[in-house]
Write a protein that binds this ligand. Structure first.
Ligand SMILES: C[S@@+](CC[C@H](N)C(=O)[O-])C[C@H]1O[C@@H](n2cnc3c(N)ncnc32)[C@H](O)[C@@H]1O
Length: 243
């Protein structure tokens, strides 16, 4: 899946994607975001998280996103967002611009994380915070309903998600200190299969048709008996540019 495929996914993505419960609160608290802060989200997509940061804090919020269709959906938020075209590896902001540089579910698309981390480091003010939100191996294996109904997604995800210790190693090489990990978890009751039928998760585009059809059939059969307890787990990996 390349970044450009998100042009085709943008409508379904905007329809189903919502901020992860608890994530924006965690971000605002740990990075100390206020109305005086300047925040960059790299690969902001439809900007659910960025708009929530703006709404919660009043911070100046800039989003970089390669897909024109995702930026178009992002522009629908009532919050004032500065949306720009670009790629993580090509970040080109003046030295010391941001209090926080963050990404959510984007780093697995970056071929050279170290190069991105070095650019983000330079774009941060001294003392500024860096955050990448990703999935750990354990979270990928234990996703419900994804791993239970579409087990082929596990290998697909292992092939594209970098191991968290490798990302942490690259952060340290880029100069970040105060490395810190926090799992943000929640559960919810899944009542219908629509967002899976719509393939709003990119990994469902990367498994075979038969595996997808079998997963949808099993999911529908179980949902016919009642709601399923589903989980959402994201690993927040933080670093800081030293003062
Ligand atoms: C799974 S979506 C996440 C979007 C958003 N952060 C969110 O939480 O809803 C991944 C996004 O990363 C973008 N992307 C892919 N490759 C990228 C790259 N090299 N640099 C920046 N963004 C990229 C995609 O276009 C897509 O919008």
């Amino acid at each position: 899946m390349t970044a450009l495929d998100y042009d085709d996914l943008a409508t379904e993505y905007a329809k189903h994607r919502r901020p992860y419960p608890g994530l924006v609160e965690h971000i605002v608290e740990r990075a100390g975001v206020t109305s005086d802060s300047t925040v960059l989200e790299v690969g902001c997509g439809t900007a659910n998280h960025l708009a929530a940061v703006r709404r919660t804090t009043g911070a100046r919020c800039i989003g970089v996103e390669p897909s024109a269709e995702m930026r178009k959906q992002a522009a629908e938020h009532p919050e004032e967002l500065d949306l720009r075209e670009g790629f993580a590896e090509e970040l080109d902001f003046p030295e010391g611009t941001f209090d926080l540089v963050m990404s959510v579910d984007m780093i697995h698309y970056v071929r050279e994380p170290l190069r991105y981390f070095q650019r983000a480091f330079a774009a941060l003010k001294p003392g500024g915070h860096f955050l990448t939100v990703t999935d750990s191996d354990w979270a990928i294996r234990n996703r419900i309903p994804m791993a239970r109904y579409f087990p082929a997604t596990i290998e697909v995800e292992f092939a594209r998600y970098q191991p968290v210790p490798a990302l942490a190693g690259d952060l340290a090489l880029a100069g970040f200190t105060d490395l810190y990990e926090r799992m943000i978890e929640s559960t919810y009751l899944l009542h219908e299969a629509t967002k899976f039928e719509d393939k709003s998760h990119s990994c469902l585009h990367l498994i075979g048709d038969e595996e997808f059809a079998a997963g949808i059939a099993a999911l529908r059969a179980d949902l016919a008996k009642g709601p399923i307890e589903a989980n959402q787990r994201s690993l927040a990996l933080w670093g800081r540019r030293p003062l």
